[in-house]
Design a protein around this ligand. Structure first.
Ligand SMILES: C[S@@+](CC[C@H](N)C(=O)[O-])C[C@H]1O[C@@H](n2cnc3c(N)ncnc32)[C@H](O)[C@@H]1O
Ligand SMILES: [Zn+2]
Length: 326
């Protein structure tokens, strides 16, 4: 984590108060990159770890590692300082052995490789891509949606559920500073590697929950949510985004509304019912994206012989302060 990023982060334990976190570095490289350390709250003493350069700002760390035992094992081996090893051992005391699980979006999970392929690893010689009549890029969704946004070069943007961060890095060309968050440690670690490869200075990533973010209200000019509506309580998500946006800030959503893979789906939305939800959540849907659904191609490669081809809808909506009457 870049040292200055600590200035953006708030403690998650105080619902009605903004309490900033301060950085306690344990291992710093190149003067600015904190590889290992803690973010500490001076009010309640809660500490949030920074491991392998990734800040993990979640409310309950023991609960977080419950479905990430493979990452946890690696951290225990790889972390450099006794302080961090001590923190990790302490957190493991609260693990519920009967409820250990495996997150689908971590390195050992089923969705890790498909997203790496879509964001970065696809090649035009790929069997499916090369047999299509038109040249189609699996990640062109992100470019097409972000390309249409007006740049706000003094603005702040947030990419929720950013995965490998291709969308976040694309977005950062339009804003002064862009933050990508995801619950997957493995995704954020890789997204940060790309951030350095692409030498993109005005961006940072951290592990955080989109329903409980470590950011102050009215911080962002735009929040984008790509392909995530099936995984989350959509109504709560919109309330959170409403409070994170500045007045008249924009939410950008691109989603195929595919609820087929969720063991316990939330309410199933489609293009129309989601637009209704937005309007009921104090957003005004942009005329262009209200009148007409989009059909933007997006491809995931699930295995050597299996692909998921989606047509993704795109909606842009503006925060309004009050419900419209009449
Ligand atoms: C279907 S993937 C989409 C990823 C990316 N937006 C894209 O379009 O390629 C959903 C992502 O949301 C993340 N995720 C799920 N629930 C989350 C939450 N509550 N907060 C933050 N990220 C979450 C997952 O780890 C995963 O990376
Ligand atoms: Zn606190």
């Amino acid at each position: 984590m870049k040292k200055q990023f600590a200035n953006h982060l708030l403690c998650l334990q105080h619902e009605y108060k903004d309490v900033r976190l301060s950085l306690v570095p344990l291992h710093i490289v190149n003067d600015n990159e904190c590889i290992e350390g803690f973010l500490q709250c001076s009010h309640c003493e809660t500490i949030y770890p920074i491991i392998e350069g990734v800040a993990i700002v979640v409310k309950n760390f023991s609960e977080y590692i419950q479905t990430r035992t493979s990452s946890y094992g690696k951290w225990l081996l790889k972390t450099r300082t006794d302080k961090m090893k001590g923190f990790l051992r302490e957190a493991s005391k609260y693990l519920k052995l009967s409820q250990l699980g495996k997150d689908r979006y971590e390195e050992d999970g089923v969705w890790y490789a498909p997203y790496r392929w879509t964001h970065y690893d696809h090649e035009s010689t790929d069997r499916l891509l090369s047999s299509l009549r038109w040249r189609l890029k699996p990640n062109e969704l992100y470019n097409r949606v972000i390309h249409g946004l007006n740049p706000k070069m003094d603005g702040m943007a947030l990419d929720m559920g950013c995965s490998f961060g291709y969308s976040t890095l694309t977005l950062s060309r339009k804003f002064a500073f862009t933050i990508g968050i995801d619950l997957s440690f493995s995704f954020i670690k890789e997204a940060r590697k790309r951030m350095y490869e692409y030498r993109q200075g005005n961006v940072e990533f951290c592990v955080a929950d989109s329903l409980l973010t470590p950011f102050s209200s009215r911080k962002f000019d735009s929040v984008i949510v790509f392909n995530m509506i099936n995984l989350i309580d959509a109504s709560k998500l919109l309330d959170t985004i409403h409070s994170l946006l500045k007045p008249l800030g924009y939410i950008i959503i691109a989603d195929p509304f595919d609820f087929n893979y969720e063991p316990q789906p939330q309410i199933r939305f489609d293009s129309q019912s989601f637009r209704e939800l937005l309007k009921n959540s104090r957003f005004e849907v942009d005329d262009k994206t209200d009148m007409k659904e989009s059909y933007i191609p997006w491809i995931l490669k699930v295995s050597e012989r299996t692909y998921l081809f989606y047509f993704v809808d795109f909606i842009r909506a503006r925060k309004i302060s009050k419900h419209k009457t009449g």
